[in-house]
Design a protein. Structure first.
Length: 155
């Protein structure tokens, strides 16, 4: 048992050294490697005690990165966090910080890029909906893009 525990600890520490992981990811990976549940529990507790694994911190970093670099919607970010094994409550709390205006700006930016490429509005709207933006934001983006396009075309 002590040998298994030591082996599992080394593996888990190696995994978290590459990049942050969620508790669920560590548990899943250790189970896949064939470690018993009590070893998995001990290792996850050890990692949490020494702050190697912190789901809230992971969720905050994930959301910050995905908003800045990938321009994701709140709904899509929520789904990604849940797929990573983040608790529903933590995911909801972290995403509360994203305002509707921020989400609108992200959607508008995506739509504007696609408009500049010559995409039809129906294609842009489908893209925004697939990306998880709410219908009211998609409609606001549509109205604002139409208004902006009309203003740009006037002499």
């Amino acid at each position: 048992m002590a040998k298994e525990l030591d082996q599992a600890k080394k593996m888990a520490l190696r995994w978290v050294s590459y990049h942050p992981r969620t508790e669920a990811e560590i548990c899943t990976r250790l189970k896949q490697k064939g470690f018993p549940q009590d070893v998995v529990n001990q290792i996850t507790e050890y990692l949490k005690d020494f702050k190697y694994v912190d789901d809230r911190s992971f969720a905050e970093q994930w959301v910050k990165y995905r908003l800045e670099k990938k321009k994701k919607s709140k709904r899509l970010l929520y789904a990604e966090l849940r797929n990573k094994g983040i608790d529903d409550l933590i995911a909801s709390e972290v995403l509360e910080s994203i305002t509707e205006d921020e989400e609108y700006n992200i959607a508008f930016e995506q739509a504007k890029k696609r408009t500049e490429r010559g995409n039809a509005w129906s294609s842009i709207a489908r893209h925004l909906v697939r990306q998880g933006f709410p219908n009211d934001i998609v409609y606001r983006v549509y109205k604002d893009l139409i208004t902006k396009t009309t203003m740009d075309e006037e002499p």
